[in-house]
Design a protein. Structure first.
Length: 176
């Protein structure tokens, strides 16, 4: 005679229900994880710009010689050098990020761009801002924007040489 014994395990229906619940939960969490990763990447880019600016200030103080900085207007380059000399350091933002456009932008001679390999005629550059050997600088405000249109605003404080970063504008469509 046959007797029915209950086996310990999951039925096919229970497994399908668990898999479908996991699929729904994962699909709900992906957009928020993506937003967090984008925000983190943007903060890393802003941090790279801040470190670059602080390094230029530190070099001016340690060498006792003024340094200049410029950013490409509406593009991705930040450059610096000794006063009266070509570029010695540069930072290129990742694709899709750019520095704010500058009304007073001007072309630079190819010689001033040094070994960057950039064609001077293709880019317009912000006015030269100097870091002095006492750690002070010219006042400057510029923004870096990401592909979503969100911005970080950088303020260089002339008297103290401090670099202040704040969140800038958020596009009307919420950055989507």
């Amino acid at each position: 005679m046959w007797t029915m014994t209950r086996s310990s395990g999951f039925t096919l229906l229970e497994l399908l229900l668990a898999v479908s619940l996991l699929t729904v939960l994962i699909s709900l969490s992906v957009p928020s994880v993506t937003a967090i990763l984008k925000r983190q990447e943007f903060q890393e880019v802003a941090g790279q710009v801040e470190v670059f600016l602080q390094d230029v200030r530190r070099e001016a103080v340690m060498s006792g010689q003024p340094r200049w900085i410029r950013h490409s207007s509406g593009d991705r380059m930040l450059v610096s050098g000794l006063l009266g000399e070509p570029v010695t350091h540069s930072l290129q933002l990742p694709e899709g990020y750019e520095f704010s456009r500058c009304e007073l932008a001007e072309p630079l001679a190819t010689e001033q761009l040094g070994d960057l390999g950039l064609e001077a005629v293709k880019l317009m550059w912000s006015p030269e801002v100097q870091w002095y050997p006492d750690g002070t600088t010219d006042d400057l405000r510029f923004e870096v924007s990401n592909p979503d249109g969100r911005t970080f605003q950088f303020d260089l404080r002339g008297l103290t040489g401090q670099v202040k970063i704040s969140r800038g504008t958020v596009p009307l469509d919420g950055g989507r």
